[in-house]
Design a protein around this ligand. Structure first.
Ligand code: ZN
Length: 131
């Protein structure tokens, strides 16, 4: 590779290609799936099968659990007169919804951190069919 590209955290937060900011990471009409790769940079986003499973386990679930714990603390602190079902149910629902909405951001942050430590190589390039 001629000049080493650096991934951008700002582009990752915007759910755009980490290098060129021209390609959306998300498939059209699907909030949870990423496209194969960036045609401008010619690299594939999912480096190997199961690449994003670490994003789910280490980032998304952790953030969702923190959101549920914080909202649970707020429920106990501010709404302690409510029933136990409400005090437990609202944080559980909030954590689940937050996890669902956070999935693409967890994946893009996972990619960003991975690319900081493992820069692009020839093996990361899309083939002629875009795979
Ligand atoms: Zn790109």
């Amino acid at each position: 590779m001629e000049k080493e590209k650096k991934p951008s955290l700002y582009h990752a937060i915007k759910l755009q290609c980490l290098y060129c900011d021209k390609t959306s990471l998300l498939k059209k009409g699907n909030f949870l799936e990423f496209v194969e790769g960036c045609p401008h940079c010619n690299y594939k986003f999912e480096r190997e099968v199961g690449y994003f499973s670490g994003a789910s386990w280490m980032i998304t679930y952790t953030v969702a659990a923190l959101a549920a714990m914080i909202s649970g603390g707020i429920m106990i602190w501010k709404f302690s007169d409510q029933s136990d079902f409400v005090i437990a149910g609202i944080p559980a629902a909030f954590g689940g919804i937050f996890a669902l909405l956070f999935i693409p951001f967890g994946k893009s942050f996972w990619m960003y951190v991975d690319h900081l430590f493992h820069p692009l190589t020839k093996a990361d390039q899309l083939d002629s069919k875009g795979n």
